[in-house]
Design a protein around this ligand. Sequence first.
Ligand code: F6P
Length: 324
Amino acid sequence: MKKIGLFTSGGDAPGMNAAVRAIVKTCIHYGIKPVGIKDGFEGMINEDFVELSYDDVDNIIQYGGTILGSARSERFRTKEGREQAIINLNKKEIEGLIVIGGDGSFTGAHILSQEKDIPMIGIPGTIDNDLFGTESTIGYDTALNTIVRAVDQIRDTASSHHRIFFVEVMGRNSGFLALNSAIASGAESVLIPETVTNIEELAIQIKTQNKGKRSSIIIVAEGDDAGGAMDIMRKVKPLLPEFDFRTTILGHTQRGGAPSYYDRALATRSGIYAVELLKEGKRDVMVGIKADELILTPIKDAIEKDAHPNLRKEEILEKLLTSK
Ligand code: F6P
């Protein structure tokens, strides 16, 4: 293999740069030319390719975002878009692809690898952690730390004012970020898409738990079945007129910032492994991590099978939340 194309796609995630750096350095180590594709599938269609050197990836491991840029490409969903991408990949003589992204990006890359018959390796990069075949995706740990820091700050003001805060976190349709940040921030409650939210029960729970406390934090996953944090607050408020409520939506603050140790190390190990897999002739697999070992999952499974947060962890919250 003489040339490998690499790209970041979908929502950016802290640690993507560390993966890009590892891929480029490993390619150069093996005498392979690494070609960066800018803005994901959009760059593939626009022929926005750049050959990467050691210098390009120097001093980037500590930065959030992605130096390659990212996009959610509508054009790539069309046959014409993909045909143009294939013409450009052929012109550039790219023999293998590494995609760093989430399930949408893997779906696109999987279709492409079949239509063009090109080997492709996936590296999970998304703060949502919603991919089957790995315990952690690149960016997830950093986003969790960002949420926990933010909730700690909200707690200061909440307890100064005897307030109840609904804090909305990202995660799309999955509750990984919400559940684990709730445990780590000492939240009083958590609402996630994997369980049904009942507003009346929630109001009773808030009333019971808030007795003798100066504040309560309720973490709401953005994909919860009862709506976003603002909707839920509006529904709960009339049932508990005696309480003072506020809502904070953490939004895209969760996607930026310097990657944690964990995400840098995971991204670096996965990037090196992805190049080695292409060299060995592997294709259509995703590099995941389990018990600190890198593992492989067919891309098809990573896309089709669901990843769920460990719901037994909800019991942790229940145990800590018996009222005073
Ligand atoms: O998939 C990552 C993610 O940040 C989700 O948590 C969120 O729902 C979505 O992307 C937001 O996407 P965008 O940045 O395109 O609004």
